[in-house]
Design a protein around this ligand. Structure first.
Ligand code: HEC
Ligand code: HEC
Length: 241
């Protein structure tokens, strides 16, 4: 009797197993594995290509948060698309377009650029605040920028930008070597909300920075770039070799 029960059990599990087997190798149409260039889902594309630097869900990481509605109110979709396609030379922002040596099709970059706006932008968030322009409209003046720095930034980043109790050094040559002028401007405008850095309105409460002040303070930061960042000796020492 016991044996029979046992046998019956085995039979049931064999049937179950074979039922499983017969469905292997015949995936349903919607579970097909897509070729990388066919992926058109925003979350997947963002997660695979951007999250490592810009953070999961655009929350920020080594690079700025893209899920920042203030950022998305000053940058336009065209610019975002172009930066993603071509990257930023001299920085770790890669070029993603196949035409620029990357892995993504134009259509995929469209999905990413559109998705960033449709998921994370907030319409009207800067209404009434006269926001500065994304790109610099005039050339900056570094000596005026030094005064601007003292007014708006020194309280956190130290009297000369060397770092202070509430902000790190922003004149460090290896930091400046890896960051573009536009990125400095972007950060002065948007801050890094995820790290507690204020946007252009919040450095000195009640006194938003003007567009020109932003341009000038960025010129002052740029004036700290050095020819050979991170090298302890002057370049001439190496010239003879
Ligand atoms: C390996 C790190 C890395 C990856 C991966 C990466 N980025 Fe970036 N990204 C950066 C850095 C660093 C910057 C700032 C570059 C600079 O100095 O201008 C940047 C800048 C940007 C900017 C311009 C910010 C501005 O100032 O307006 C955009 C837009 C952007 N990235 C989008 C993306 C998107 C979309 C993806 C994924 C398809 C992506 N990035 C993947 C590192 C990365
Ligand atoms: C209330 C304090 C505060 C003020 C005021 C402030 N910042 Fe910051 N800033 C921060 C914090 C916090 C961070 C992010 C963490 C860090 O780098 O220290 C930051 C980050 C930055 C970064 C990016 C540094 C990096 O390593 O990625 C730059 C550039 C910068 N600030 C420039 C400025 C400039 C220019 C001003 C003035 C116009 C300014 N900040 C005003 C607190 C401040």
């Amino acid at each position: 009797m016991n044996r029979l029960v046992h046998l019956g059990g085995m039979l049931v599990s064999m049937i179950l197993l074979s039922a499983c087997n017969s469905s292997h190798g015949q995936p349903k149409a919607d579970s097909e594995v897509l070729a990388p260039s066919q992926i058109l889902d925003f979350a997947t594309l963002y997660g695979q290509n951007c999250a490592a630097c810009h953070g999961a869900q655009g929350k920020g990481g080594a690079a700025i948060a893209l899920a920042d509605p203030v950022y998305l109110a000053i940058v336009d979709e065209r610019t975002l698309h172009n930066v993603t396609s071509s990257g930023v030379r001299g920085t770790s922002m890669p070029a993603f377009a196949q035409s620029a040596g990357g892995m993504l099709t134009d259509q995929q970059i469209d999905v990413i650029a559109r998705g960033i706006f449709s998921h994370w932008a907030r319409n009207g968030i800067l209404d009434g605040s006269n926001p500065p322009s994304y790109s610099a409209k005039t050339s900056g003046n570094a000596s005026r920028g030094q005064l601007v720095y003292g007014t708006y930034c020194a309280s956190c980043h130290g009297s000369q930008g060397q770092g202070g109790p509430k902000g790190s050094s922003i004149i460090n040559d290896s930091f400046l070597a890896l960051v573009s002028d536009q990125c400095l401007r972007t950060i002065v405008i948007t801050g890094r909300p995820e790290l507690g850095a204020p946007d252009w309105r919040g450095n000195l409460p009640g006194k938003p920075m003007s567009d020109q002040e932003i341009t000038d303070v960025v010129a002052w930061l740029e004036s700290h770039r050095v020819q050979n960042p991170g090298q302890p000796y002057s370049a001439s020492r190496y010239a003879q070799y």
